[in-house]
Ligand binder design. Structure first.
Ligand code: ATP
Length: 234
């Protein structure tokens, strides 16, 4: 469904990605793990059209998307939940959700999609009129996911959804992400939380200094020495 092939990216003279190749098949949850500065956010920004790779190919659902505008990529079916959520704090929950339906196909169907989001997250319906600044961390995370769904995606990409969250909220958040698979949505997850993300992921990659240093199934990653050394203190 998504194929990133030999992608390179740089910020001026700072090279951030080196020949990165990853793929995500339909119906999977795939995680990209890596420490601060490994290049995870740069990879996601290249996929969703927020930066242009200096070389390489990105294909989604059979179409080349590298270098295309972010809104065109969103229309093709990729929704993005940025690091920190990107929620507008002075807007209501409903207004934030409606913003997610900004392209025409999604806008025309926004009432139906809103019903689906409220069915998935009844708490968001209860807080529909509340300003987003008043939400708890868990509610805000539901809003980030709900807003991503409003664009009618076939794939959702979430950049470090667990950052700054209590362990309980991390559990809730990952539970919700795993539910997306049951909704027929493919997920690419960017994370530093190795333990939790490997509980829900089918496969994963490890990025280090802008390079993929490891790829494998959940089981392979859990038992890998790279993960053990770098993240689990083994
Ligand atoms: P984090 O978990 O801290 O978000 P990350 O794995 O997402 O880290 P990136 O944000 O992709 O890493 O950063 C990769 C590299 O690119 C780092 O060396 C970073 O300093 C550099 N970088 C990121 N954004 C910029 C920018 N706007 N200008 C210059 N260098 C940048």
């Amino acid at each position: 469904m998504l194929r990133v092939h030999n992608v390179n990216a740089a910020y001026g003279a700072v090279r951030a990605l080196w020949d990165v190749t990853i793929s995500v098949d339909e119906g999977e949850i795939v995680v990209v793990l890596g420490a601060n500065g490994a290049g995870k956010t740069t990879l996601v920004k290249a996929i969703v059209g927020l930066i242009e790779p200096s070389s390489g190919m990105i294909k989604f659902a059979g179409q080349r998307i590298e270098g295309r505008d972010a809104h065109r990529i969103s229309e093709l079916g990729i929704s993005y939940g940025p690091e920190g959520g990107g929620v507008f704090r002075d807007m209501s929950v409903r207004e934030n959700l409606e913003l997610g339906a900004y392209h025409r196909r999604a806008w025309e169907r926004r009432d139906k999609t809103l019903e689906r989001v409220f069915h998935l997250f009844p708490r968001l319906e209860e807080r529909e009129r509340a300003l987003s600044r008043t939400l708890s961390g868990g509610e805000r995370q539901m809003l980030v996911i709900g807003r991503a769904l409003m664009a009618l995606p076939t794939m959702c990409i979430f950049d470090e959804p667990s950052i700054g969250m209590s362990p309980l909220l991390v559990d809730q958040s990952f539970h919700v992400i795993s539910q997306l698979r049951d909704e027929g949505i493919t997920v690419l997850l960017i994370e530093q939380n190795v333990n939790k993300s490997l509980e829900i992921a089918d496969r994963g990659y490890v990025l280090q200094n802008g390079r993929v240093v490891l790829a494998g199934s959940r089981e392979e990653l859990v038992s890998s020495e790279v993960i053990g050394h770098a993240y689990l203190g083994l």
